[in-house]
Design a protein around this ligand. Sequence first.
Ligand code: SF4
Length: 398
Amino acid sequence: MPENADLQSVLDRAAEGGRVTADEALELYRSAPLHALGAAADAARRRRYAGTEHIATYIIERNINYTNSCVTACKFCAFYASPKSDKVWTRDLDDILRRCAETVELGGTQIMFQGGHHPDFGVEYYEEHFAAIKAAYPQLVIHSLGASEVEHMARISGVTPREAIQRIHAAGLDSFAGAGAELLPARARTAIAPLKESGERWLEIMEIAHGLGVESTSTMLMGTGETNAERIEHLRMIRDVQDRTGGFRAFIPYTYQPENNTLKGRTQATVLEYLRIIATARLFLDNVPHIQGSWLTTGKDVGQLSLHYGADDLGSVMLEENVVSSAGAKHRSNRLELLNLIRRAGRVPAQRSTTYEHLVVHEDPAQDPADDRVVSHFSSTAIEGGTAHPELNLVDAR
Ligand code: SF4
């Protein structure tokens, strides 16, 4: 075990922009004093964003879940239903477009399009839906899907992942959300998602996407029984690809939610583990610009804390979310709460675009909207009832 003085010298180097090896990152993650780890990560963040280091960003988006039918049956997932189950549902295009309209009305700029690996949905399904969304709402950015969906749709349509990416990009997909990364190292991945493509394949497809000009974010699911070494290996695998492509805009770790899935009972990641991974990611992923704190799965207080551990972004006010809420995530926030959360962390909130430009900098609290309708909604109960699509009720949203 290195002495604290040795760890401090690694922290000092990383804070000044020097590269940290994977072995060093593991030691920092395991053993660095929490406060020193956070201080170094915060220094690295301020260094990267010198001039705008007082700002923390958020986005307004909607996660439209188009189907819960899925053949992949990941063990951590509480959202999917077997295609033969009577709990399967799929939204029609009119419903999807109505949700887009509501998103635009509420000032949302981004659509996530997230669903299961439907047994029949090939490239054509996504081409049709993305083209229809872009035709009706060209101002909405479609930041959706990831390597897992590409692998699945390409197999169904009998094309290569490269062709699948080219076609859905031409139809309207702007960037990949990077879901499906879960845990990239083989043992940890097989333990929770045995039917998913390998971590190497996930990265290979993302690298193809980046080469085609389709950038993405990257994610990590933590708390399903993976080791510390596997967490850092996940980061290393992302950093290696990023050295070649530069296509990952952000890294977004989030914590496993234990309800309604077959991993129930496993230990979740603790708050301290979460903050340590945020800080270690900021120091180790020196080539990934943005580190996002996930208040949605860890809670607003922890999200706020993450801003002092290297995070520069707090994700979204998500106008609709059904995936992690199905597994037990109960945290909700409206825009005003998020703005005040950021301010109480000593930062100035800014609404951002998908590509992280500042759209509105909320310098003056007196200018905040008095009657804010931008509220996050969970709709899993309505979905499980199976009778009606979950509605974004514009009256309730006030
Ligand atoms: S995480 Fe995605 S691929 Fe896995 S079971 Fe859930 S919906 Fe299907």
